[in-house]
Design a protein around this ligand. Structure first.
Ligand SMILES: Nc1ncnc2c1ncn2[C@@H]1O[C@H](COP(=O)(O)OP(=O)(O)O)[C@@H](O)[C@H]1O
Ligand SMILES: [Mg+2]
Length: 382
């Protein structure tokens, strides 16, 4: 036991990607070397309640249901043997953290945390901020890059500043759309035309996204997007292949091979992403070397422009006809099961899943150490 790294995994979350997150957590727990790590589950229920289970052992990791913590234990049981067998127990009130602020209390129980919640309230810097306040080292992207990476408008502004080629876009506030939808639509028609993509700035998983083909579509698309966020982005449509690349590192960056997403449907929507609606991943993507090199360079530039850390998957459009590579987005907490694009891209690049997790934990610890170098107040200079 003694020298194991106590690795907390925060999963679940109040998001449409809750179940995906459970799968990711299960995969990570199964994969990590139990001689090196003691894994501690921290579950954020759909209603926002936080639960913490005891250290988890391999043999119980058969289905995600174990990770719902309360479901993994027969009610009222205080049997200590159960714990020895590696069952997750909700041992007394310690384990019901309730409000996220109580995460501060686990500071003594873990050495490092891997937050694997996707989407808002997980991938957007909020959980990361909590862990900063709790002074717990964590895996992956920091507060600022998470927040910027989650907001498609802010992200595109940062990419523009970094000189990265991207599609034309416009940003609107929900209040403006509600006040003067016809004027908004006129502006969109003038600058972008049809088809165009309408997206809530702050979602992910293609939720609330519509490809609008005419003015009627556009009206409905704006209305839908406004249900999900108060900031809306509208983009010019680009006819192109979709290719993705992984970036790994803090300051010294490594890129993976490139993968291609071949969507059978109109676009890579929620169904296709999570219900396997006929989407093929091709790894590695069939690209001229010169294009692959450009993509790798742009991915690093994007990562650095956001000040990323640990991991990101950077998504591109490749317009073959015009030999144009256009950045679409950075995902700071990409899908992370062994069958998700990011881990598969690195497996192909020679870093298998368990080792990838190992490296990410190491990078998280290094990032924490680096931060300790900062002095907090000028007086400390004396
Ligand atoms: N401007 C665009 N032109 C063409 N297709 C697009 C455009 N924007 C998005 N798409 C399609 O919609 C999908 C989801 O959009 P994306 O911005 O990646 O949102 P998410 O964050 O939900 O993944 C993309 O993978 C792509 O298939
Ligand atoms: Mg995407």
């Amino acid at each position: 036991m003694g020298n194991k790294i106590r690795l907390g995994i925060i999963y679940g979350g109040k998001t449409s990607e809750h179940e995906v997150s459970l799968l990711t957590a299960l995969s990570i727990m199964k994969a990590v070397d139990k001689n090196k790590y003691e894994v501690q589950p921290i579950y954020v229920q759909m209603d926002g309640t936080w639960l913490k289970g005891g250290p988890i052992a391999d043999q119980v990791l058969e289905s995600v249901n174990v990770l719902r913590l309360d479901g993994g234990v027969s009610s009222g049981s205080n049997d200590h043997d159960q714990e020895k067998q590696g069952q997750i127990t909700l041992a007394g009130n310690q384990s019901l953290m309730g409000k996220p602020a109580n995460v501060m209390s686990i500071h003594q129980e873990v050495d490092v945390i891997f937050p694997v919640i996707h989407g808002p309230n997980g991938e957007d810097g909020t959980v990361q901020g909590l862990l900063e306040l709790a002074d717990i080292p964590y895996v992956g992207t920091g507060v600022m890059a998470s927040a910027v990476g989650m907001d498609k408008l802010m992200m595109k502004n940062v990419f523009a500043q970094a000189g990265l080629d991207q599609v034309q876009y416009m940003g609107f506030l929900r209040s403006q759309i509600e006040r003067e939808v016809d004027s908004v639509m006129n502006q969109i028609e003038q600058k972008l035309g049809y088809p165009c993509f309408v997206k809530p700035a702050n979602m992910g998983s293609s939720v609330g996204i519509t490809k609008a083909k005419d003015r009627d579509d556009l009206r409905g698309a704006l209305e839908l997007a406004c249900k999900f966020d108060r900031r809306i982005i509208v983009e010019e449509f680009i006819k192109a292949r979709e290719v993705e690349i992984g970036v790994l590192g803090n300051e010294e960056l490594r890129t993976s091979v490139i993968g291609e997403v071949i969507a059978a449907k109109e676009f890579y929507d929620y169904e296709a992403k999570y219900k396997g609606g006929g989407t093929d991943l091709k790894i590695p993507a069939d690209l001229p070397q010169q294009v692959a090199d450009r993509i790798a360079e742009m991915a690093k530039t994007a990562f650095q422009a956001l000040d990323g850390s640990g991991l990101s998957r950077v998504d591109f459009f490749y317009d073959e006809e015009n030999d144009r590579v256009v950045i679409n987005e950075v995902n700071t907490m990409p899908g992370f099961t062994p069958f998700s694009m990011y881990p598969m891209l690195f497996a192909e690049a020679g870093i298998p899943y368990a080792e990838l997790i190992d490296q990410l934990v190491q990078l998280g610890l290094e990032r924490y150490e680096e931060k300790q170098r900062n002095i907090v107040a000028a007086e400390e200079l004396e």
